[in-house]
Design a binder for this molecule. Structure first.
Ligand code: HEC
Ligand code: HEC
Ligand code: HEC
Ligand code: HEC
Length: 116
């Protein structure tokens, strides 16, 4: 009896985890941590998404619906044809150009973004 109760409980926990994951995939995250050899970069996604004059498309420039259909890394692969910017360059361009333009946020000091 007790065993069955535990099994039912485990199934309920598993089901609710599935729905949490599905929800997380469709909702803009508060923070995003991007792995990098020279130290992971944490983007305060919520703060950046709610800045005046910024839309989702400022960064997710190919987005058409309410959420991005692809991650930057899915398109920005360093390809031999040289047509698509490598991920690192796509990110640096997006992030640093705005910081330089607004004179706010890190641009020249690597360690202000890359934390070991
Ligand atoms: C505004 C924040 C920011 C600043 C400042 C910055 N970076 Fe980055 N950097 C990133 C992001 C974001 C990525 C992409 C990480 C990812 O998508 O996994 C990245 C990626 C990289 C990568 C690729 C790492 C890998 O594992 O492929 C290197 C190398 C790098 N940066 C070096 C530098 C250096 C050197 C500086 C200083 C001259 C610098 N970065 C300054 C945000 C920054
Ligand atoms: C300052 C740049 C920036 C802005 C503005 C921005 N995002 Fe993002 N967002 C990112 C980066 C970088 C990532 C992580 C890399 C990736 O998943 O492509 C990300 C990740 C996400 C993810 C998770 C993707 C996944 O599969 O894990 C969602 C969902 C998302 N953003 C939605 C939004 C929505 C909706 C808006 C507008 C309200 C928005 N973003 C605004 C940069 C931004
Ligand atoms: C559906 C595919 C796709 C996705 C997803 C995507 N990009 Fe791009 N991106 C492209 C293509 C195609 C170009 C133009 C060709 C090239 O790379 O030179 C481009 C160009 C760029 C450029 C150069 C723009 C210019 O003015 O030269 C930047 C910067 C950039 N992307 C950043 C990002 C970032 C950051 C993300 C994620 C938040 C992202 N991209 C997501 C396909 C994509
Ligand atoms: C549209 C302009 C814009 C873009 C694009 C942008 N930022 Fe920022 N960022 C800002 C501003 C403005 C601040 C200063 C916020 C403050 O002082 O409260 C900032 C601050 C930061 C900080 C300092 C800590 C914090 O959250 O205040 C980090 C780290 C950072 N940005 C990382 C990134 C990364 C990584 C990207 C690219 C994926 C990015 N930013 C893209 C405008 C931008």
């Amino acid at each position: 009896m007790r065993n069955l109760g535990m099994k039912v409980f485990a199934v309920i926990v598993a089901l609710s985890m599935v729905s949490v994951l599905a929800y997380a995939a469709a909702t803009a995250p508060d923070k995003v941590t991007l792995a990098a050899k020279n130290g992971a970069v944490t983007l305060d996604h919520k703060k950046h998404s709610t800045m005046t004059g910024v839309t989702c498309k400022t960064c997710h420039h190919t987005m058409t619906g309410a959420t991005p259909d692809k991650k930057c890394s899915e398109c920005h692969t360093a390809q031999a044809d040289g047509k698509k910017l490598a991920l690192k360059d796509a990110m640096h361009k997006t992030c640093k150009e705005c910081h330089v333009k607004l004179k706010k946020g890190p641009s020249t000091k690597c360690a202000e973004c890359h934390k070991k």
